[in-house]
Design a protein around this ligand. Structure first.
Ligand SMILES: Cc1cc2nc3c(=O)[nH]c(=O)nc-3n(C[C@H](O)[C@H](O)[C@H](O)COP(=O)(O)OP(=O)(O)OC[C@H]3O[C@@H](n4cnc5c(N)ncnc54)[C@H](O)[C@@H]3O)c2cc1C
Length: 363
């Protein structure tokens, strides 16, 4: 990881400001933010606009790495209809106060101010027409205008609380020591550690005696092993509308097969409610009475093979794979449909309406 000399301010565009020194020679800021993801950059820009001297410390070699992969590379930057109840939180009042003060429309206004073209997909989801890079650029421009200083490749090695009203925090980094009146920990969730996610914020909170609720990765793709993984790889890139459910919650959206397992909006959302070893149920034909349809087809075209009938409802490759080397259960019995009695058609319908798969983990 490249390390920058501490005196070389990595501050986009602007001439470096002179940080104030304190008696022990440490640089002094009003606010130090650890983590230059979406939250850290947004917080920095807002604090900077309020006249605070802000420093962001980021251990990766660039800002907003997770934003770049968000929304399949087009960043689903907000949802028109997002409300506090949509968020999981041990403290629901936090979401109410945060979303009352900053609404989805506020962010839409910001996107429009930066002339970023966007479009609405299903259910109020807004995506960039171009790429997620535009959202990173927006946040960097806002930080630049608010004269925020950003240090990349900077490891935080120790955080101490000082007594008194000023310089309440002393932050030792791989580059130097800084002090701040306010410290914001914005190191993100635990998902996708290869993108820089750590438990660092939890460790700091525990050290300062704050109550920490055990967390787990959320909004993450599921991974599989063995034959199930082969099944996913074979279908990699294929997307199917579905309802995915787990532990009493359900999400109607797309499922996407990947090289490592399954992803897509329905899966990412349900992953936040999943615990290790639990199965996930997927209705591959939501709102459709498959058992009745198969029985009607048996009368209408008795010689048609089951796979042919199903391929008019689901992607052909998926149906073929489910007949040959199925994932999460027994193979669909592919033969002329008139040879399949009612109970066989009922089981086939159940296998696709309540397709049950057990991930081996998350990304
Ligand atoms: C596959 C996927 C797709 C997603 N798509 C979307 C989407 O389209 N729209 C959406 O709103 N959300 C999406 N999300 C959720 C998305 O991750 C969050 O909305 C957003 O990234 C959270 O931002 P953050 O700043 O809290 O955390 P992060 O983006 O994780 O940023 C945390 C930052 O802190 C840094 N950091 C960590 N530890 C340290 C340390 N010790 N010292 C210094 N720096 C540190 C990290 O390198 C990182 O830069 C998606 C998530 C995944 C996994």
């Amino acid at each position: 990881m490249p390390k920058r000399p501490f005196t070389a301010q990595h501050r986009p565009g602007a001439a470096p400001s002179q940080p104030r020194g304190n008696r022990r020679g440490a640089e002094r800021y009003d606010v130090v933010i650890v983590g230059a993801g979406a939250a850290g950059l947004m917080c920095a820009a807002e604090a900077g606009k309020r006249g605070r001297r802000v420093l962001i410390l980021e251990h990766a070699d660039r800002v907003g790495k997770k934003i770049l992969i968000s929304g399949g590379g087009r960043c689903n930057f907000t949802n028109r209809w997002a409300v506090p109840e949509d968020y999981q939180s041990g403290n629901p009042y936090f979401c109410i106060s945060a979303m009352t003060r900053y609404t989805p429309q506020d962010f839409i206004d910001l996107v429009e101010k930066h002339r970023i073209p966007y479009h609405e997909k299903t259910l109020g989801q807004l995506f960039c027409n171009g790429s997620s890079q535009e959202i990173v650029r927006l946040l960097m421009t806002e930080c630049e205008r608010a004269e925020v200083t950003i240090r990349l490749g900077c490891e935080v090695t120790e955080i101490k609380q000082n007594g008194g009203q000023n310089n309440r925090f002393s932050i030792e980094t791989s580059l130097a020591t800084v002090t701040a009146n306010s410290l914001v920990m914005a190191t993100g969730g635990q998902s996708i550690p290869q993108m820089g996610a750590t438990r660092f914020t939890h460790e700091v909170a525990e050290k300062f005696g704050l109550k920490v609720t055990p967390g787990q990765p959320g909004l993450v793709p599921f991974t599989f092993k063995g034959p199930d993984l082969e099944f996913c790889r074979e279908l990699s890139g294929l997307s199917i509308p579905c309802v995915a459910s787990c532990n009493g919650v359900r999400f109607e959206e797309n499922l996407l097969f990947t090289r490592r397992g399954i992803s897509g909006p329905a899966i990412l959302q349900v992953s936040s409610y999943w615990n290790d070893g639990e199965p996930v149920r997927v209705d591959l034909l939501p709102g459709f009475d498959l058992a009745s349809h198969l029985k009607e087809q048996r009368l209408a075209r008795p010689k048609a093979e089951l796979a042919t009938v199903l391929s008019s409802l689901l992607p052909r490759n998926f149906v073929r794979a489910m007949c040959e080397t199925p994932m999460g259960g027994t193979a669909l019995n592919n033969q002329p449909i008139n040879r399949l009695p009612d109970n066989a058609l009922d089981s086939i319908a159940a296998a696709l309406k309540a397709w049950t798969i057990t991930p081996s983990g998350t990304e």
